[in-house]
Design a binder for this molecule. Structure first.
Ligand code: FMN
Length: 381
């Protein structure tokens, strides 16, 4: 099957994923919180950004390379951290890491992924970033950090937009527990997805949070709903300052929307700001993330690297974010739909979709350089 003819967009991969994985896994992946307005607000604001094409430019050849935090990547986008990625497809984290190296893009491993840093280490080379959720004690954090470093992750992301669990009603209704419980409903859903079950049997590991799990005491384990809930801490400024002192690699703060917060973070020694609203999974009444991007760029100045995510599904969206002030763009769901739909082949295909959409649209503008994109914006404000 030629995927480029049968499944030319990320939305096509989503449709396949919906059929191929159990409902509890798909709803976890696909949902946002509340009425899910956050998703729509992001989408509408991205769609409102237009460009003015230029013609008679001859054959253009877009240069898609980007240097971020001292490392050169072949594409201006990468893989955002997704908890329990290995639930979507067994071995997903390993496959994503391998694809990241093959295409020379960054891969972020979530601290609540199924795979541990050591599981991913042999596959990630120098393209690995590790995502950290604040934990409930400094000692625990100081135990984790050297382990992450030893596994070869040089860049640490601290996610700050999850002060509490959000409601995510659709996910709740789908009855997801970690690990999935063996009740009739769950078993029936799994039985509908034989390829998904077989992949898990072959992989031989239960979908659970292997990194966080290592830090749960036996007593905690007896009562737990999921490991993350037991050791999660609350993000605050003191936590950020301590982390900055303890981590000597690149430090990225993820989940920033307020320009004033971004400015304070830079003053606190943070290397890069990741502008995101967790794609509407935490709070639905905030601004469109893309509209905050230029405000944050103005607050931190031209030299602080900015990453954008939330709602990116097209190469054109990547152009929009770069034109509005991002240095780099990350995608969460898109890669998970891809791996759930077609495994490793799906990830390669998603990268192909994004790259070719990006190149095709850049040539419509007559643009070769990612830094020039803002010159083509319809609305220059
Ligand atoms: C199923 C799922 C799980 C996620 N888990 C994490 C996580 O463990 N840590 C984190 O920082 N962000 C997590 N995110 C947020 C993503 O990193 C990213 O911010 C978001 O998915 C980007 O939006 P997009 O999915 O529209 O591309 C998760 C997102 C999804 C969809």
């Amino acid at each position: 099957m030629d995927l480029d003819l049968s499944h030319p967009s990320i939305a096509d991969l989503r449709q396949v994923a919906r059929k191929r994985i159990p409902k509890f896994a798909f709803e976890y992946l696909d949902s946002a919180t509340g009425r899910e307005l956050g998703l729509q607000v992001n989408r509408d604001a991205l769609d409102a950004i237009g460009f003015m094409p230029s013609v008679l430019c001859g054959r253009t050849k877009a240069n898609l390379r980007r240097t971020l935090l001292g490392q050169q990547y072949d594409l201006p986008f990468g893989i955002a951290p997704v908890g329990m990625s290995g639930l979507m497809w067994a071995g997903a984290e390993r496959m994503l890491a391998q694809a990241a190296v093959a295409h020379n893009i960054p891969f972020s491993l979530s601290s609540v992924a199924v795979a541990s840093p050591e599981d991913v280490a042999p596959h990630i080379g120098t393209n690995g970033w590790f995502q950290h959720y604040p934990v409930n004690s400094g000692d625990l954090r100081r135990a984790m950090l050297p382990r992450i470093k030893a596994a070869g992750f040089h860049t640490l992301i601290i996610t700050v937009d999850v002060p509490e669990e959000s409601r995510r009603e659709r996910q709740r209704r789908a009855n997801l527990t970690v690990p999935p419980k063996a009740d009739l409903r769950t078993l029936a859903e799994m039985a509908r997805c034989p390829a998904w079950c077989l992949a898990h049997l072959r992989e031989g590991i239960m979908p659970r949070m292997r990194f966080f799990d290592d830090y749960i005491t036996q007593r905690g384990r007896e009562s737990f709903t999921h490991a993350g809930a037991l050791i999660r801490g609350i993000p605050d400024w003191q936590y950020l300052h301590e982390l900055r002192d303890e981590w000597d690699g690149n430090l990225i703060v993820k989940g920033v929307l307020r320009p004033e917060d971004a400015g304070k973070m830079v003053a606190a020694g943070v290397d890069c700001i990741w502008v995101s609203n967790h794609s509407g999974r935490q709070f639905e009444a905030g601004p469109a993330v893309i509209e905050q991007l230029p405000l944050i760029r103005e607050a931190v100045g031209p030299d602080v690297p900015l990453i954008y995510d939330s709602g990116v599904a097209w190469g054109l969206d990547i152009m929009r974010a770069l034109a509005k002030g991002a240095d780099f763009v990350m995608l969460g769901r898109a890669f998970q739909y891809a791996v759930a739909a077609f495994g490793a082949r799906g990830i390669n295909h998603a990268i192909h979709i994004l790259r070719s959409d990006l190149t095709a649209n850049m040539s419509q503008l007559g643009a070769e350089d990612l830094d020039q994109l803002s010159d083509y914006l319809l609305d220059q404000n």
